[in-house]
Design a protein around this ligand. Sequence first.
Ligand SMILES: CC(=O)SCCNC(=O)CCNC(=O)[C@H](O)C(C)(C)COP(=O)(O)OP(=O)(O)OC[C@H]1O[C@@H](n2cnc3c(N)ncnc32)[C@H](O)[C@@H]1OP(=O)(O)O
Ligand SMILES: O=CC(=O)O
Ligand SMILES: [Mg+2]
Length: 533
Amino acid sequence: MQAPEGVRVTGPIRERYDEILTPEALAFVAELQRRYGARRAELLAARQARQAELSAGGTLDFLAETRHIREDDSWRVAEPAPGLVDRRVEITGPTDRKMTINALNSGAKVWLADFEDANSPLWENMIEGQLNLRDALDRTIDFSQGEKRYALRPDEELATIVVRPRGWHLDEKHIEVDGRACSGSLVDFGLYFFHCAKRQLAKGKGPYFYLPKMESHLEARLWNEVFVTAQELLKIPRGTIRATVLIETYPAAFEMEEILYELREHSAGLNAGRWDYLFSVIKKFRTRGRDYLLPERNSVTMTAPFMRAYTELLVRTCHKRGAHAIGGMAAFIPSRKDPEVNATALEKVRADKTRESGDGFDGSWVAHPDLVPICREVFDGVLGDRPNQLDRKREDVNVSAADLLAVSKTPGEITEAGLRNNVDVALRYLATWMGGNGAVAIHNLMEDAATAEISRSQIWQWIHNDVRLADGPVVTKALVEGIIDEELAKISEELGERFDVELYAQATALFKEVALDDDFAEFLTLPAYARMP
Ligand SMILES: CC(=O)SCCNC(=O)CCNC(=O)[C@H](O)C(C)(C)COP(=O)(O)OP(=O)(O)OC[C@H]1O[C@@H](n2cnc3c(N)ncnc32)[C@H](O)[C@@H]1OP(=O)(O)O
Ligand SMILES: O=CC(=O)O
Ligand SMILES: [Mg+2]
């Protein structure tokens, strides 16, 4: 395989990879990396500086220097693009061949094709995911499992593809530009844009993206600059790209309006990414004692006052600027085998979507095809024939910085069962992730990188703030180490021959690093990726 000057591909080149890793596509990605790699590094350093301020006693607030943007009522984001006008149901999931076909056929309006939370960034997953997206657009994608054959429905019935590239913090170590690993965000964005932008335009849609884990409007400005350059290089009209930003970090909640402003000619709205948001709340104030201590994971709900403040503000901010507000993921996974589990999942998801649609969201996420009808039914009930409810301005909403920061008003406690659950789920998830799969149902809940981050960071926070369990001792490293051994033994007994000794050994070492080490790993995926081939 021929690579352009200064570009080195170190991952194995398997069948058909050369169709994605063409010299032209690699040159395009390298151009983005050369133009924007240094700025990305500066913005990642700025995250560290902000964290140091918070750990030293600082707080988060709306920015004084951007007040003029918030107070200027004249600007709006771009009109909704074709395929993104009605987003009442969005399904998310990884880009393997079967899931690609199932998601596109699911009846959802949008498919979030995920290179992020639901994906383990194995080289094979990244490149084959790109191939699958391209094949889907060419309608050459097929798949069979046993007797079952998978094929796409007619184009007009398929979900609109919206790709979620990796966040700014992750590298793609198998593609080096001028001797350094390339940004994972630029690889995922660049390869998809290069191969699929024109294919999408030919179908009357466009290159659309979900942007994860941003921490400031300056990071959104960087994405906007990348978009402008990418469109120029491929001679595609400026403003063709559309991007929905996940508001899923604590700092970003204070910069929603500025993020929309930076991306306004490319914006397709905001999404309330609840799981990473919770992780970020824990992470940002992890050393700050009781004021920022959440109850155990499964008892924090969307009705906690600080979570309501965040989602209400998101809807109000979006609708003021003509942007879609998209709801998040209820983690309950239906079952085709267990009617009771299925009924519970449907009921919980219905309640979640009812709250969101009532609050003014224009649509929401589901994790599984069997949840599409419920989400559609609930949003149909509120939207009727209208494609969205952008006209519902929610001027009644008035959220202060103190409301967003009111973590300590969250009801619930921290118990031994909560601690054990965090250990058990994190171990199972990390073993799955190291095995190349980024999303899995565990105890009937969807687990992905964001939910696993909550589990391990809660444990870190409890250890470092001398938290006493409601029904037991103070949480210490030694206590957690004992529980790890016990939970591993239970998992091994339950899985029997399916217990992969090697993967669980890796998961355990990784979990100890990200939950027990005094240095808090910024993202668990960083040390996890370092351990990956
Ligand atoms: C915090 C966040 O970022 S949330 C967004 C990121 N997370 C996600 O996207 C998770 C998406 N969901 C999933 O990956 C899956 O639903 C899981 C892993 C949780 C469960 O998957 P499974 O164990 O395969 O569920 P199940 O066996 O019930 O699946 C039934 C069928 O639905 C398909 N299916 C399940 N979820 C999806 C999905 N999200 N997209 C497409 N197809 C799906 C399965 O492939 C299977 O297809 P088949 O009948 O043709 O074999
Ligand atoms: O990406 C979504 C989230 O909840 O995290
Ligand atoms: Mg997320």
